[in-house]
Design a protein around this ligand. Structure first.
Ligand SMILES: Cc1cc2nc3c(=O)[nH]c(=O)nc-3n(C[C@H](O)[C@H](O)[C@H](O)COP(=O)(O)OP(=O)(O)OC[C@H]3O[C@@H](n4cnc5c(N)ncnc54)[C@H](O)[C@@H]3O)c2cc1C
Length: 469
């Protein structure tokens, strides 16, 4: 499917899109063929830049007829390579940029696929509403990409993942037909929920062109705290207590190990020690509440009791937005801080929250046995049981030799995940990186059902053929 594209199909696509609707200029293509982690060098015969759902449908129809494969791409911030074409037509949503409607009475916003997460949040705020999905790449990551990867981020604890935030979808199916499903209903029990199949499909079941998304009231008060503690187990116990004592008012609850903090302080300019003295583990948490002052009061109460009970070692509440922002920067730069330290085996896994501490302990013992000297760096959305569990090369080791051991090392980590009935991809998807590995952990029944759905929707397998099964 990734073989050369017939010349007449290419000519028809160019004709359809017009001179400014496509490109094969290497300089224009270059940033879209490299991804954030630098693992894949993509290639494509054509970058298609459709302006409307109608044009997307026409592109897909031509490709379907000619049996030409397509890779959809949004902001190219995906971390598993699913957006990088290896010979497929690259269909970018960068010109599907309209905010079609903000509907405060429906608590809904309707946006096109190429609108970024940040732009969506800003449009909601202009109508005094909150669009809660937030992640470090939100200035570039698009609604279409976030839907297709079922993105999570830092506010999942309270508002859920993308799957929970989508009310309706418009999408072009692999035969070029348009699924007009932009409803704003909270209740719709009329058979299979097709939008849910498209969410998390990583571009394999069609191209998302627009979505209607849930909005929420904006909170009147917010408090941010940085907390030092002894272990992930202490963090999980603190989370349980904070959720109970705030009546569900915890917006974010992020865990970071000391090693990751040190990498950020060493490599990222203008960052500072978050607390006066070092601690083995840190939690960065946000509480939010509807009444003015309530979040701050709840934070003070929860932290005072936790200190008294020796559940935590130290804590500071942000005195202003600048301080909260500086702490969030330490969290958001965890991945970037690791980069100068050399090669790493990265894992985006989830286990039940109650098993996080056991998972970290067992996985660390396994990788340290396998390769003495590795530096485990852990951070993540602990409230969702989602751990970014990264294993960095020993100091001075050869990066290439360490990378060559990645599959073996990752298998050890994933086996511990499986033991706790977790997932080897909590929020980034499978993409080109993990699709084969995922088959080792999916039950045959589940994998066969997924293949059957895909075969029914896309019998020629033109949509992102290198992704999923
Ligand atoms: C610094 C950083 C931090 C991140 N933090 C998080 C985090 O906290 N939580 C999280 O979940 N993710 C995170 N990510 C991953 C990434 O941002 C998300 O997966 C994001 O949702 C991808 O959006 P995108 O527009 O960049 O999609 P792309 O990277 O362009 O595409 C991702 C996948 O979706 C498909 N796709 C894209 N658009 C469409 C469409 N319109 N229709 C059909 N398929 C489509 C692509 O084919 C590909 O398979 C992070 C990434 C970075 C670089």
């Amino acid at each position: 499917m990734t073989a050369s594209v017939p010349a007449d199909a290419l000519a028809r696509l160019k004709d359809l899109l017009g001179p400014d609707g496509w490109s094969d200029d290497p300089a224009r293509l270059a940033p879209k063929l490299r991804e954030w982690r630098g693992r894949w060098a993509g290639e494509t015969p054509l970058l298609a830049l459709p302006r409307s759902t109608r044009e997307v449908a026409a592109v897909v129809a031509i490709c379907a007829e000619a049996g030409v494969a397509i890779t959809p791409q949004g902001g190219n911030t995906g971390l598993v390579g699913g957006q990088i074409p290896l010979g497929e037509i690259l269909l970018s949503t960068e010109r599907l940029r309209a905010i079609r409607e903000v509907a405060p009475l429906d608590d809904a916003i309707v946006v096109e696929a190429g609108v970024t997460l940040l732009e969506t949040r800003r449009a909601a705020e202009a109508e005094d509403r909150l669009f809660p999905l937030s992640l470090a790449a939100e200035g570039t990551a698009t609604i279409g990409g976030a839907i297709s990867t079922n993105a999570g981020g830092v506010a999942v604890l309270r508002y859920g993942v993308m799957r929970d935030l989508v009310l309706g979808l418009e999408a072009v199916l692999p035969n070029g037909e348009v699924f007009h499903g932009l409803k704003r209903l909270r209740k719709d029990n009329t058979g299979y929920d097709l939008k849910q199949l498209l969410i998390g499909a990583e571009g394999t079941l069609g191209v998302v062109t627009a979505a209607s998304l849930k909005l929420f009231p904006r909170m009147a008060s917010r408090a941010t705290a940085m907390i030092g503690l002894a272990s992930p187990e202490h963090a999980v116990r603190l989370l349980e207590r904070a959720k109970a004592e705030t009546g569900g008012g915890v917006d974010a609850f992020e865990l970071m190990g000391r090693r990751g903090i040190e990498f950020v302080l060493k490599h990222i300019p203008d960052t500072r020690e978050p607390l006066p003295s070092p601690h083995p583990w840190y939690v960065l948490t946000d509480f939010a509440a509807g009444e003015p002052g309530a979040a701050e009061a709840a934070m003070e109460r929860v932290l005072a009791r936790a200190l008294e009970d020796e559940l935590i070692e130290d804590a500071a509440v942000a005195q202003n937005q600048a301080q909260a922002k500086a702490w969030w920067r330490v969290r958001e730069e965890q991945s970037a801080g690791q980069k100068p330290e050399g090669a790493g085996w990265k894992h985006d896994v989830s286990v039940p929250v109650s098993k996080i501490a056991a998972f970290i302990e067992e996985a660390t013992a396994a990788v340290e046995r396998f390769h003495p000297g590795v530096r485990v760096t852990t951070f993540g959305h602990v409230g969702d049981g989602n751990v970014h569990y990264d294993v960095l090369q020993p100091v001075g080791a050869d990066p290439a030799a360490f990378t060559a051991l990645r599959d073996q090392g990752s298998r050890l980590v994933h086996d511990v995940v499986a033991k706790y009935e977790g997932s080897i991809s909590a929020e980034h998807g499978l993409g080109r990186l993990k699709s084969a590995e995922a088959l080792l952990y999916k039950s045959p029944v589940e994998a066969a059902a997924m293949r059957a759905i895909r075969d029914a929707w896309d019998p020629k397998r033109i949509m992102n053929p290198g992704v999923l099964f």
